[in-house]
Design a protein around this ligand. Structure first.
Ligand code: THU
Length: 133
């Protein structure tokens, strides 16, 4: 599966966003080494704080099926906004632990694309090595 196909999966996932508060829709798709794709969408909550972002939903779904960073090949994140949806700070912290540093992260919307990785998105990471000594 190439970049465009994974991004298309993320656009399909975006249709399942539950975003009655922000009306901002995000979709994500994780591609694993064996070709399995996991979808995620943003799922909001009246408390606002209990909202789950699309990329965390997708990565958690892959982990819940036993996949780990070594078996995740790429992550696509799309939104219906006019600017690319760079992952929020909480998602960057999660992706810093649950993805390999150089795993491709494809960002897209209706008009532009960018390829990045968590090493680029989150410099000077706080991680497991800091806590488990
Ligand atoms: N959101 C995501 O799902 N991913 C991002 O990378 C940025 C923000 C969601 C959370 C909330 O439902 C909505 O977008 C507006 O913040």
């Amino acid at each position: 599966m190439n970049r465009e196909e994974l991004v298309n999966e993320a656009f399909k996932a975006m249709e399942n966003a539950y975003a009655p508060y922000s009306n901002y829709h995000v979709g994500a798709a994780v591609l694993t080494c064996d070709g399995t794709v996991f979808w995620g969408a943003n799922i909001e909550n009246a408390s606002y704080g209990a909202t789950n972002c699309a990329e965390r939903s997708a990565v958690f779904a892959a982990y819940s099926r036993g996949y780990r960073k070594e078996t995740i090949k790429a992550l696509a994140i799309v939104s219906d906004g006019d600017r690319l949806a760079g992952p929020c700070g909480i998602c960057r912290q999660v992706l810093g632990e649950l993805l390999e540093q150089d795993t491709p992260i494809y960002l897209s919307n209706h008009k532009e694309n960018m390829d990045t990785c968590i090493r680029e998105l989150l410099p000077m990471q706080f991680g497991m090595e800091d806590v488990i000594r």
